[in-house]
Design a protein around this ligand. Structure first.
Ligand code: HEC
Length: 271
């Protein structure tokens, strides 16, 4: 609620007190105009009663009299929010940068996690972490073909084991794990993932979940060719200029390496 200042209340009280004399004055002129005439000038002298000067409250006085921020400091002050933002960004711990197929694969992996575990520890599906996938698939081509097709297509094509036949601990036989099938993932096989997405999620499981080191002698070549952000194969799959069926013809560097990926189940390249 707004407080009505004391001086205003007083003034209005004074006006009200005058009012009856005005009324008598107004009614007077009809009968005695001579009285009314002097009444008006008397009122006129009252009207411009000096407006009481309200002194500024102390905080206004303080605001008016204190030193102002010099104009040249304004530029610097205006930058404060931006500086604060930069400071906060700099405070965040640096995250591991996962660019290209591996970072896309991290998202695609969401559709595998239900069976293989968020960390790759397995469940309804086999273990994919701690190097296990690399033992099964020393060649990325075999893994791409298997994930594309899935167990049932392998079984239908009478392919009894997938991956390295000399795998440590024995080759992985098709439909040997809980009897559950690995569902087909590739579009032509009836799955939902594009070839670029399959390559991405395969790169992600090999390099992030199973811990292949892109800088190591063992994996550097594969990483550069298939899984680095600059991988021409990955970029070609994304752009649609190559496919699992034509990949060996499209990339001279693969001519020396055995086994096209393909979109039909096929026997493994082996070790
Ligand atoms: C419905 C459950 C299920 C889902 C979803 C699933 N998998 Fe599987 N996966 C399995 C099962 C079961 C096996 C074992 C297959 C067999 O024995 O024939 C398997 C096997 C595998 C293997 C072979 C591992 C090895 O060392 O033998 C890989 C690689 C694999 N899955 C990758 C994936 C990827 C990548 C995805 C997501 C795009 C995925 N899986 C989604 C159930 C699943």
């Amino acid at each position: 609620m707004t407080e009505i200042p004391e001086h205003l209340l007083n003034r209005s009280k004074a006006r009200r007190a005058e009012a009856p004399s005005d009324a008598s004055g107004d009614s007077a002129p009809s009968s005695t105009p001579a009285v009314a005439t002097p009444a008006t000038p008397a009122k006129a002298t009252e009207a411009p009663a000096p407006k009481p000067v309200v002194p500024d409250p102390p905080y206004v006085v303080a605001a008016k009299s204190r030193k102002k921020i010099p104009f040249w400091a304004m530029a610097g002050l205006a930058m404060l929010p931006a500086w604060a933002a930069l400071y906060l960004i700099a405070l965040k711990p640096a995250e591991k940068v996962l660019a290209g197929p591996i970072s896309i694969g991290a998202t695609v992996y969401g559709s595998c996690a239900g069976c293989h575990g968020a960390d790759g520890a397995g469940g309804a599906g086999r273990v994919l972490y701690q190097g296990e996938v690399l033992k099964t698939f020393p060649h990325i081509e075999d893994m791409l073909n298997f994930v594309y097709s899935g167990s049932q297509k392998y079984a239908a094509a009478d392919i009894k084991t997938y991956g390295d036949p000399n795998r440590e601990g024995g080759a992985h036989a098709t439909l040997s794990y809980n009897g559950n099938p690995m569902p087909m993932q590739g579009e032509k096989a009836g799955g939902a993932l594009t070839e670029a997405e399959i390559l991405s999620v395969v790169c992600y499981t090999r390099y992030e979940k199973s811990g292949a080191d892109p800088k190591s002698e063992e994996w550097a070549e594969e990483y550069e060719a298939w899984c680095s952000p600059e991988s021409e194969i990955f970029l070609g799959l994304e752009a649609g200029s190559t496919s699992f069926d034509t990949i060996e013809k499209d990339f001279a560097m693969l001519a020396a390496k055995p086994g096209a990926v393909g979109t039909e189940p096929r026997a493994s390249i082996g070790k």
